[in-house]
Ligand binder design. Structure first.
Ligand code: FAD
Length: 472
């Protein structure tokens, strides 16, 4: 039996549900990856560069097992047509399907096309989450809108174990479809400029090593340290979950086997957030275009390009916000507490549409995931299902004092502030002229004055949200 295994955001050969099914039911398997022209940004972004680097890594590691990963570029239907013409014996297509968004729609179209036009049996499996969106419903048959009851239910459900896959008997003999293969296209999409985001950091082995190091060294203290950016106490697994270089079942299993601790319980809850946002995205498909809460669809966001630019580049005059944005720009990743702070700052202090921020994260994050990103942004903007109330607005200076009291994280990313002692670093604009001399810094010149007054901005934001409510 000849099959095609279509890799997407499941770039691994271990514990891959679609691949396991393909191996079980086929003698020969053609491994393919398709570069979707419709999803390509005009310039390679960090997000896409690092993702394609992981595709290339999968190709390399498969090659070591004498398996070729065929990389196609162009129309998806053309790819399947082409394969069918070259391999008339091809009967089955295996892939892990998307539950929502662009990928979900594409999967439906392609399934119909392969079944009806090419006479192929399509086997689309669920692989990306511990529980699929439609698996968890309330007793009344509706989907949860609040995290805590969802989490309680989620905890009671049995999770699948990882599966072992043996590729040794898989043959690719006479499976050649070389004419459309375009490896050079893959190279072109990996921008060396973004290499910091993935050099030495990719592949299944690396992902597993990161998991085991985290379990050994950081898991027990995770609950206490996870909110302190300077401690770097989180797992950094998001990047590998996004590309699929590690499966969510392997992560869950590894954590479950660790000794019980508050750190372990807190971490499991975070994995549930991932499923929760996946469910919210699948059940509110419009949420990347508008607020989930209808009462906040009329907010008059400010069209402030300069403020947005200051936010993007880390020049707002609020050290914690600026350090966080510089971490994102320099590394392709940002600590969770900081994502909440910068998202709150953009939407409430600058009153800029959360979609601008969401889109910026989309380009810059190596772990970009639409469900978690849109979920996180709608949470911070108070427009999501179970989000922060619109009147409870983060004070960036207090957040800074609480989560980076000594300014250690700030100093790492804003070297111009490195001489300022911890207690004074959170509000550099309050430094006296004597202090500015002492610390070799001129505020307004070497580092910006705050671009907004938090107290006034807070009042304005609450007013804008309340106005939207009255217009609903
Ligand atoms: P850890 O603390 O080690 O957590 C382990 C895993 O749990 C993460 O890898 C992730 O898969 C999951 N997780 C943890 N927190 C969350 C959460 N709040 N929501 C969903 N899953 C979570 N996460 C992404 O994976 N991609 C995104 O594009 C993304 N955008 C975000 C945007 C905003 C505005 C906010 C507030 C959060 C966003 N998150 C996103 C969630 C979270 O910030 C990251 O998952 C986390 O920082 C990744 O680092 P880590 O792997 O070290 O996390």
């Amino acid at each position: 039996k000849t099959s095609v295994m279509w890799f997407r955001r499941d770039l691994r050969v271990s514990d891959n549900i679609a691949l396991a099914h393909a191996v079980e039911n086929s003698d020969k398997i053609l491994f393919v990856f398709h570069i979707d022209t419709q999803q390509l940004e005009k310039q390679p972004t960090v997000n896409q560069s690092s993702f394609f680097a992981s595709v290339q890594q999968l190709k390399k590691s498969l090659k070591k097992q004498n398996i070729n990963l065929y990389v196609f570029y162009g129309e998806l239907k053309d790819m399947f047509n082409h394969i069918k013409k070259q391999l008339p014996h091809w009967r089955d297509l295996y892939f892990n399907r998307d539950e929502h968004g662009y990928g979900g729609e594409r999967d439906q179209v392609i399934t119909k096309y392969c079944q009806e036009k090419l006479n192929i049996s399509v086997h689309a499996t669920m692989d990306y989450n511990l529980h699929a969106a439609h698996d968890i419903k309330k007793a009344d048959g509706h989907y949860y809108q609040v995290f805590t009851p969802y989490f309680k239910r989620w905890m009671t459900l049995v999770k699948s174990n990882p599966i072992t896959i043996d590729l040794t008997n898989i043959s690719q003999e006479h499976l050649t479809v070389s004419t459309l293969e375009q490896d050079s296209m893959l190279d072109a999409l990996i921008d060396e400029k973004h290499s910091y985001a993935y050099v030495d950091q990719i592949g299944e082995d690396k992902a597993r090593k990161i998991l085991s190091d985290f379990i050994e060294n950081k898991l027990t203290q995770y609950d206490q340290n996870r909110d302190v950016p300077s401690l770097d106490a989180t797992s950094h697994l998001s990047r590998y979950l996004r590309t699929g270089e590690i499966s969510i079942r392997v992560v869950y299993e590894g954590i479950k086997q660790a000794p019980d601790s508050d750190g372990r319980s807190t971490f499991i809850k975070e994995l549930c957030w991932r499923d929760y946002y996946n469910m919210i995205y699948a059940t509110h498909p419009q949420q990347n275009e508008s607020a989930i809460r209808p009462e906040f669809r009329q907010i008059r966001w400010r069209d402030d390009k300069i403020g947005f630019d200051d936010w993007q580049t880390g020049h707002t005059g609020f050290p914690i916000v600026d350090a966080a944005m510089r971490q994102l720009n320099e590394t392709g990743w940002m600590h969770n507490r900081l994502r909440m702070i910068v998202a709150s700052f953009l939407t409430k202090d600058l009153l800029i549409n959360w979609q601008w921020g969401e889109n910026y994260f989309k380009q810059k994050l190596v772990d970009y995931d639409p469900a978690s990103n849109i979920g996180g942004w709608q949470w911070a903007a108070s427009t999501g299902t179970d989000s922060v109330p619109y009147f409870r607005i983060f004070n960036p200076t207090l957040q800074s004092k609480k989560f980076d009291p000594q300014g250690l994280f700030i100093k790492k990313y804003i070297p111009e502030l490195k001489r300022i002692p911890g207690a004074k670093i959170h509000e550099p604009n309050k430094l006296s002229s004597i202090d500015q001399k002492r610390y070799h810094i001129s505020i307004g010149h070497d580092y910006p004055k705050p671009i907004v007054n938090h107290k006034t901005a807070r009042i304005n934001a609450i007013a804008a949200y309340e106005k939207s409510k009255t217009m609903n």
